[in-house]
Design a protein. Sequence first.
Length: 344
Amino acid sequence: MRYLLLPLCLVSLNLQAQARSVVFEDSTAQAIVRRVVRETFMMQYMQALSTADSLEALLPGHPAAPLLKAGVLYCRMLDFEDRLDVEEFEKNYTLAWKRAEKLDKSLRPEKNLYLGILLGFKSLLHQREGQWWPAVRLGMKSVGYLKSCLDEDPFYSDAYLGVGTYKYWRSRATDFINWLPLFPDEKKIGVEMVRSAIEKGLFSREIARSTLAWILIDNGHPSEAVSLSLEGLKSYPESRFYLWTLADGYLHSRQWRKATVEFQKLYDSLHPLKRNNGYNEVGLCKQMARCYRNLNDPRTELVWLERGLAVPLDKEAKKRREKDLERFRRLKDDLQKQLATTTK
């Protein structure tokens, strides 16, 4: 769930470019795009897909509608940690790619932007499937297109989001060799580029804020991530996108009680859903147990461990959570022995 917002970031990268193109000088089209992004961020996925269809009716043959639909579908798969929308995602991905390739040469920066976004989607899909080399290769190619877009028109402020995110995580992944000249530490540059998207981006400000929140948590600044998340929730109340960063921000700043409140909201949001393979639910039980362990409340910790072990998981989710479930069993046994001793 930590990288839930990256695909949204990629979707948003095209929006500033479209707003600067002749096609997106139309205020009706801009309003439709804003609605798609807002509905996606509020997890109103069916409405977002329907709204994207209305953009297709307004701009037939343009890559915007299938690209946005691919983004909505990918975000929904990330939100629910499944692959149920893969076929429909691939259909829209392919259509958007073909349409982007046909754009006029005069729209080369916009074309590079679309192709970079789409390659970014494919890279993330490989990453989720554990295919790391294809993910890295396509990710680098994606950023190459985005950089080309910025080289030709540096005023595409939203594009800084994708490039900045890449710079941060690439440096983060190579921390142990950043002292070598061939592998410079660009984490600070990456953070500043994402901040630039927040300050200057037309459509991606909220998405950039969410992305930056995850980066700040990773970079040891969870309190700032909490502030960004609270700002986001003012615009998107109860959005899981911001609840995840808020809860994780509280956890990493050791505000255990506040973290339990937000993790509980996430659990209550996900638990009753029909589309629930159990992966996120187990993760939330893990975090709740961790918080109550730090609050010295072993009985409530035990409740969450038992709840996590009782979550029905599909085959894939069970495999991915195998190590967590093994740890749950060990902790449960230890807690039961501890509680049995203290009650004697």
